[in-house]
Design a binder for this molecule. Structure first.
Ligand SMILES: [Zn+2]
Length: 227
């Protein structure tokens, strides 16, 4: 897993060596970058965590995601910051995937909570999360049939067609505004069951700060995703 975190991806720079003269990319990259990397469903990483470094000997833009969640972009000799920003934007999906890997590595390194603490947190989640979800649902004019608090390993929440919303007890450990985004995300699945641009428009209306919340989840969400 660590090897994939530090895998670098290369794209030839316009005006640099012709493509035929460029060395072939390392195995596995960039062929694993999806063609629709800039799809609307994938938010670009927050600019605050992207570091741009100019390197006189670099001949290509290089992208690296570190295990701490920071992103470093090397700008080649004849490259520009603008081009580098575009390079990052066009690899948003690849970066998001590596950020999730990095978060999983960080979680694996963290010692587990004592059993009693987990029990207390789960109790607190069962007491507070359903009420918060129902309050948000009411504000948004939506009806939830059932709420369950679960111990999901890789998901923050889920929503079924029967309007049954499952929430991860770990949601109570995150800031209120991020937790609210996850709850709103699941509620918006009552309007649309997919992650289409139309779905994200619903989310944006109900939670204008959702991009910032998604960035927070990528950086601190321990590799869990909203479903
Ligand atoms: Zn979803």
């Amino acid at each position: 897993m660590l090897a994939s975190l530090f895998r670098q991806t290369h794209l030839p720079f316009d005006g640099d060596d012709p493509p035929s003269a460029a060395p072939s990319p390392p195995i596995g990259a960039p062929s694993d970058i999806p063609a629709d990397a800039s799809a609307a469903a994938v938010a670009p990483p927050s600019p605050a965590v992207v570091e741009y470094v100019r390197h006189a000997r670099a001949r290509r833009y290089l992208l690296r995601v570190r295990v701490d969640g920071s992103v470093r972009v090397t700008i080649p000799r004849r490259g520009s910051k603008r081009e580098a920003v575009r390079f990052v934007e066009s690899h948003a999906a690849w970066i998001a995937e590596r950020l999730r890997d990095a978060a999983r590595v960080r979680t694996a390194r963290r010692p587990p909570l004592p059993v009693e603490d987990v029990r207390a947190l789960k109790r607190c989640a069962a007491e507070t999360l359903p009420a918060r979800l129902h309050a948000l649902a009411e504000r948004l004019g939506l009806t939830v049939n059932k709420v369950s608090i679960r111990d999901q390993r890789w998901r923050w929440g889920s929503c079924s067609r029967q309007a049954h919303i499952c929430l991860n007890w770990r949601l109570i450990q995150m800031p209120d505004w991020v937790r609210d985004y996850v709850l709103i995300h699941e509620l918006m699945h009552l309007r649309r069951m997919d992650h289409s641009p139309a779905f994200w428009r619903h989310v944006a209306v109900a939670c204008p700060d959702y991009q910032r919340a998604r960035t927070w989840l990528r950086e601190h969400g321990q590799g869990l995703t909203e479903d």
